[in-house]
Structures are given as C-alpha cells and as structure tokens.
Design a protein around this ligand. Structure first.
Ligand SMILES: N[C@H](CCC[C@H](N)C(=O)O)C(=O)O
Length: 291
C-alpha cells in the first residue's frame, strides 16, 4: 500500500538552469536512495542534475545535513547551484535568510539577500594533485598535459585542475565554448584515467580580466546548463594562471554567477539566483512521486 501521507516534500527548482530536486528529509530517519535518484531521473518531469537531500540539524550541522546525489545515483561532495535552491526553499518556508549547512565535504554557509540573490561560501579551493585527486602525480596543477586518449585540438589536451570538494578539470579554450562538441568527448574525459574519482569537465573562454564563459560536462550528470562548483573551479584556475583577477563573472546560457575568491581567508564566495518550479512529494526509498 502506498502510504503517501508519509512521503517527503519534493520541490523542483533550478540554479541558472542546473536542474535541482530538493527533497526535505527533516524529521525522518530514512535516506534518499540511489535507486530513487535513478528512477526520478528516468521521468521527463523529474529528470534532474542533482538531488539536494536535506536532513535534520545535528551537532556538527547547525542548519541541517545535505546529501548530494547526481542523476546517475552517485554522491557528490559539492553543489553550489543546489545549495542556493535549498536556501530559497527554506526562506520561502519560514523567512530565514542565513544558513550553516554541512555536507561530506564540510561547511556550506549561505545568505539570501533582499533582492533574492543568494551567496554561498564554497570554502577554499584545493590544488594539490593528490587531493583533487589526479593520478600520475602531475606536479603543478596549473597546466597539466592530458595523457592519451585526448581530442586532436591542442586546447583540449591541457587543463588546470582544482577541487571545490569535488574534482574539476578546466580547459581554457580560445573560441566560443559552444563551438566544441563537449557532449561527444565529455564522457571519455569524465572517465579519463587521470581522474581516479572521475571529474567534472569544463570548457572556459576568458572574455575579460573579470569574466569568462563556461560549459560543463558534469561527473555523474552529463552536460548541464550550469554548474556552480565548476564556476568556482574555473574562476580560481583562471586567476591562478593569471588569466583573470580574483573576482570573476562566470557566464552560462541563463545568466552569470559572481565568484569572489577572497584574499584574506582563501574562501570562494559564489552568488547567483535560484528558481522554484513546482512542489510535490516523493517516496525517498523508491522514487515514486506525485505533484
Ligand atoms: N551542479 C553542481 C555540481 C555537482 C557536481 C557533481 N557533478 C559531482 O561533482 O559529481 C553545482 O552546481 O555545483
């Protein structure tokens, strides 16, 4: 029997087009399962890039623990666009605008401003190759030569790497990011032997000392319209390689994310919108849902 009254609130949102499902698991003792994620992703109305599963606050998670699931059921350590959606979901419920969440990668402190924009402190980037992680001990992670198999275009044979809690490979390209067939080579790059935990693969075209355009093939989710942690990774690697300053506007089709890589504490602050689409409920164990 489907005891739907005991299903969890399901909210479909997006962060600049990054498709997010917020599942409110507070007050429950069960978990959103990878099987539920795969089933939800199989339906066109609930197909998503990430699930943000929000659990009760606990001693080390003042405003709640967040599990992040990719659409293939794998777990992610960071999700900037998804975090903004959780903030907006909670603000709509009780008007609160400051939050201190925890994920497996650490703290995610976020603030919602009067105009609806939301800032998330994504923490400091990590550049040490063994912590990203990369294999083959490439040493300097500013300019890494990709080992075979790679694309014939030289711009797709070297990258900069960073972790925002999750692994990112950023390829700086000279042309419009849409002029490359990222959908075609993204899967091979995501699973490349240099990325022992796979990687989020981004193409970045620097357009000024304070702006770049970005396109990302996400680990465990594929080509997405936006990726917040990739925007952070692209901004810090652009700054680190002297292509931009530490404040960068990262443009994706639906708009821009503002990234500020702070000098004083090395933290990366990402600011952008969140959009509510519809609300329903879901069985977090099976992925059965209704609006
Ligand atoms: N879309 C997310 C990133 C998800 C990262 C996930 N693809 C992984 O690292 O496995 C964001 O806005 O930050």
């Amino acid at each position: 029997m489907n005891d739907r009254e005991h299903w969890a609130p399901l909210t479909r949102m997006n962060g600049l087009g990054n498709k997010i499902l917020v599942i409110d698991m507070r007050g429950r003792t069960d978990k959103v399962t990878p099987q539920a994620a795969i089933r939800l992703n199989a339906h066109p109305d609930t197909a998503f890039d990430q699930i943000m599963a929000l659990y009760d606050p606990r001693e080390d998670a003042p405003d709640g623990w967040i599990d992040i699931l990719n659409s293939d059921g794998s777990m992610a350590q960071a999700c900037g666009n998804g975090t903004r959606c959780v903030v907006d979901y909670l603000f709509s419920a009780d008007g609160r605008s400051h939050f201190d969440f925890r994920t497996i990668a650490g703290a995610l402190v976020a603030d919602r401003f009067e105009d609806g924009r939301i800032s998330v402190d994504m923490g400091p980037p990590e550049f040490a190759w063994e912590k990203i992680p990369l294999s083959g001990s490439p040493g300097d992670t500013k300019h890494i030569a990709l080992s075979e198999p790679f694309e014939p275009d030289p711009a797709l044979q070297r990258f900069s790497a960073a972790s925002m809690g999750n692994p990112h490979a950023v390829f700086f390209v000279p042309r419009d990011v849409d002029s490359y067939d990222l959908l075609a080579f993204g899967p091979r790059y995501e699973h490349h032997p240099m990325f022992p935990e796979r990687a989020n693969i981004s193409l970045a075209q620097v357009t000024s000392p304070s702006s770049l355009s970005l396109k990302t093939f996400e680990r465990g989710a594929g080509l997405t319209l936006a990726c917040g942690s990739a925007a952070c990774a692209a901004a810090v690697t652009a700054a680190r390689t002297g292509r931009t300053g530490r404040k960068v506007s990262v443009y994706v089709p639906a708009g821009a994310l503002e990234i500020d890589w702070r000098e004083d504490d090395d933290h990366v602050i990402m600011t952008g919108p969140a959009e509510h689409e519809w609300s329903g409920r879901v069985d977090p164990n099976t992925g059965e849902w209704e609006r």
